[in-house]
Design a protein around this ligand. Sequence first.
Ligand code: NAD
Ligand code: MG
Length: 285
Amino acid sequence: MSEQSFPPQQQEPPGITSAMDPLPDHGESSYVGHDRLAGRRALITGGDSGIGRAVAIAYAREGADVAFTYLPEEKEDADATQALVEEAGRKAVPIEADLRESATCDRVVAEATEALGGLDILVNNAGFQMARSEELADLTDENLDRTLKTNLYAMFWMSRAAARQFGPGSCIINNSSIQAFDPSTTLLDYASTKAAINNATINLAAQLGPKGIRVNAVAPGPIWTPLQPATQTEEKVQKFGQETPLGRAGQPAEVAPAFVFLASESDASYVSGTVLGVTGGKGVF
Ligand code: NAD
Ligand code: MG
């Protein structure tokens, strides 16, 4: 076993942080805020764990109040994220929600807006993938529904509902993936949603730009989160990230700063319609 290998481990989706070995780094002991998001109100889908938790910590330490969604199985992770946001002195609003229904997305935006007294930042971070067989015939309608509704429909539904609340200076940030550019055959349905998210990011930036709303995406490479042991084979998990030029998986803490930059009105005021790669060296074009 090389130094960069992960111990063999498997979980059922959606996966829980405490069952991971090693535990991911969400920036708990490292992220230092500089008031870049002072007084802003953010909603992060899937903010209980992984990249979403790292973004919640960073946003809170930058001065934002944070609402976030989680699934019922993820209550333990949601409690931990809530505590971390509150430790930063900010308001945390955990909202239990499965985003595969349009009406639920409307409810989540309404609850977040009410609890935070408005909304300025939407991070469409929730996502689902599952390693498939390489036989197209094995791809079921149920498989397709779960991936497309979670990753793509919810992105549209959440964005539509949030845009109704947004004023000038608000923004949407979508979580894309290296899979949009370099798709794995075992992630056929997932990779296609991520390419569609990139495309939609450009169109939404064009539609919402005249209202002063910026829309961008972050495309992470392999990042150590519960999604991986919950959806990839044990062999893939052990070698996770080794194929990147940097030779290792990234940590959620290494992705969060990209979400801070894109959310910041002072740093990214003229950045819209772009996809920012955080890939450990793989190209995003
Ligand atoms: P994660 O498991 O920590 O987060 C994903 C979250 O999605 C879960 O916590 C869950 O709350 C949410 N979710 C899943 N299905 C849902 C549903 N039906 N309704 C509501 N919420 C649902 O893993 P992560 O890796 O931090 O994933 C966050 C985002 O990052 C995803 O969009 C993923 O595609 C993207 N991403 C991850 C990687 C990686 O290597 N980890 C790479 C590229 C992109
Ligand atoms: Mg989770």
